[in-house]
Design a protein around this ligand. Structure first.
Ligand code: AMP
Length: 281
């Protein structure tokens, strides 16, 4: 049993947030899909440090899953999540049902062109429309002043930044650093689907892209460094390197200009699990 308040409806949520706003309190929201780990908790702790009130939302958003199997297999651990959030602590968990978020007759899609299109957008058609739509809804539902997102999902963070700018949403977006396991593997709710053998190899994704970034900084060609990273990842036993790309950090467009901020982003398959990661270059 968790002492935290869990609310399921927008009406209940608004009763809390209206009172908080009337008292002049700053509200932070941490959107998640649950199956929480230290990565999520780091966002909640950042929000706790900077806001008067913290809401964590737990909603497995069907609209952002392009793969029905992934949606079906997505871990659901609400009780454990609530216990973890009580350690932060947050003020409230908003865990709505699917019908509360997408009631009968729902017809609106929020689509951010440009930054949504390459990489994850190309590999997962419709994914960022689902993200942009649900994030817009969660901002409207919570009336939050600040929204906390992980750099782990770098492209998502850029999509959300573009979204709030383009639609003049009065929400300040905070991007928090990626939290990693001891071997470098970025924490992810999907990591529990790795076999013990897969888990033992999974850190190679991070070490390989880190080595590539260092080589590029030392003057090696982008293409050669990326090819070597892909080879190292395949040699470790990953089934597939979907992409490793060096991109402009904000627009996610190809960039060969070392003078502007760039990001190396990767998606690779191991044990039938799709792992993503990214680092600054
Ligand atoms: P998810 O539940 O996977 O949708 O993630 C919810 C939020 O937590 C997103 O903003 C993610 O970027 C962030 N997040 C997930 N994993 C990590 C991590 N390892 N480090 C930091 N933030 C993370």
């Amino acid at each position: 049993m968790s002492p935290l308040t869990i609310v399921r409806t927008v009406a209940e949520l608004r009763a809390h947030t209206r009172a908080w706003r009337a008292a002049g309190q700053v509200i932070g929201v941490v959107p998640t899909m649950g199956a929480l780990h230290d990565g999520h908790l780091s966002l909640a702790r950042a929000a706790r440090a900077e806001c008067d009130r913290v809401i964590t939302t737990i909603f497995i958003n069907p609209m952002q899953f392009n793969n029905p199997d992934d949606l079906l297999k997505y871990p659901r651990t609400e009780e454990a999540d609530a216990a973890l959030l009580a350690t932060v602590p947050v003020d409230l968990i908003f865990a709505p049902t699917r019908d509360e978020v997408y009631p009968e007759g729902f017809k609106t899609t929020v689509s951010v062109a440009g930054v949504s299109e390459p990489l994850e957008g190309r590999m997962r058609p419709g994914h960022f429309d689902g993200v942009a739509t649900v994030v817009s809804k969660l901002f409207g539902m919570t009336m939050a002043d600040r929204g906390y997102f992980g750099q782990k999902d770098w492209q998502q963070l850029q999509v959300v930044l573009r979204l709030v700018r383009d639609l003049n949403m009065p929400v300040q977006i905070v991007g928090c650093e990626t939290i990693r396991e001891a071997d470098g593997l970025a924490m992810s709710s999907r990591n529990v689907r790795l076999t013990p053998e897969g888990r033992a190899k999974a850190g190679v994704l991070y070490t390989a892209i880190t080595a590539a970034a260092e080589d590029i900084r030392a003057g090696q060609s982008d293409r050669m460094a990326i090819r070597e990273a892909a080879e190292a990842i395949r040699a470790a036993g990953f089934e597939r390197v979907e992409y490793i790309e060096l991109r402009d950090a904000a627009t996610l467009m190809p960039s060969d200009d070392p003078a502007s901020p760039r990001r190396m982003l990767a998606a690779c398959w191991l044990d039938g699990v799709r792992l993503i990661d990214n680092i600054p270059v």
